[in-house]
Ligand binder design. Structure first.
Ligand SMILES: CC(C)(COP(=O)(O)OP(=O)(O)OC[C@H]1O[C@@H](n2cnc3c(N)ncnc32)[C@H](O)[C@@H]1OP(=O)(O)O)[C@@H](O)C(=O)NCCC(=O)NCCS
Length: 203
């Protein structure tokens, strides 16, 4: 009989409340983020509006408050794990792990304040949450999660740059209803499997 003497990694079924990256702190979205989130969305609405169905109308404080309240609930029930991206003391965007694609897959979605684009912050945060979900660095990965997907409109070049930079595989286009003004109705699908991530993250 071979005795196993190693440490069995503890694999959690939900992500940590806080994730540190080189420049950012990803904080579990709380109702206490509402004022900073509202300010960031209001300042960036013109760049969010073309692509994001939830940004069809200009934001209101009450709408953002309802959103942070529902974020607290979905985190607790395990269906959605939204984070505020915090740089220094400022909320500069959001990123989330979403259970929308079946039990073994998490979808990552993101947006950045327009003043913070072009610096690699969305890529840095996406890399960190891919580590959280699939394992990498000090992260053991999440129980039962084999794949991360990122969806973005065919014409949303900036968004597609994030998975491309991280070595995700392009898996074609799918037809979806277009809701936001610049959505074409064709969505790019990008995938990263747990088995491929160790090599991709070395790049
Ligand atoms: C999608 C979105 C978050 C991408 O923002 P972004 O700034 O292009 O992405 P990153 O933060 O990863 O930065 C990448 C850019 O920084 C540059 N960069 C600078 N330093 C970098 C670094 N250390 N690492 C990676 N990229 C770096 C890259 O070259 C790239 O610029 P380029 O596109 O001119 O080549 C942003 O455009 C956005 O919020 N759009 C509106 C909402 C939206 O469309 N969300 C996605 C819906 S699917």
């Amino acid at each position: 009989m071979i005795a196993y003497t190693g440490t069995v990694p503890e694999t959690p079924d939900r992500p940590p409340d806080q994730v540190e990256t080189t420049r950012l702190r990803l904080e579990r979205l709380r109702t206490s983020h509402t004022p900073a989130l509202f300010a960031a969305v209001a300042a960036t609405w013109e760049t969010l509006h073309p692509w994001l169905p939830w940004a069809l109308q200009r934001p209101t404080f009450e709408g953002q408050q309802e959103f942070t309240r529902s974020a607290e609930r979905t985190w607790t029930d395990g269906s959605d794990f939204p984070y505020a991206m915090v740089l220094g003391e400022d909320v500069v965007g959001m990123i989330g792990l979403h259970h929308r694609q079946g039990p073994q897959t998490l979808e990552i979605g993101y947006w950045l304040a327009s003043a913070q684009t072009g610096r690699g912050l969305a890529t840095e945060a996406t890399r960190a949450l891919t580590d959280v979900a699939l394992g990498g660095g000090a992260q053991p990965g999440l129980l039962g999660i084999d794949e991360i997907v990122i969806h973005c409109d065919q014409d949303n070049t900036a968004s597609a740059g994030v998975p491309r930079r991280l070595g995700f595989t392009f898996d074609g286009l799918r037809e979806v209803p277009s809701v936001a003004p610049r959505e074409t109705g064709r969505q790019q699908i990008w995938r990263m499997h747990r088995l491929d991530w160790p090599r991709a993250r070395q790049r």
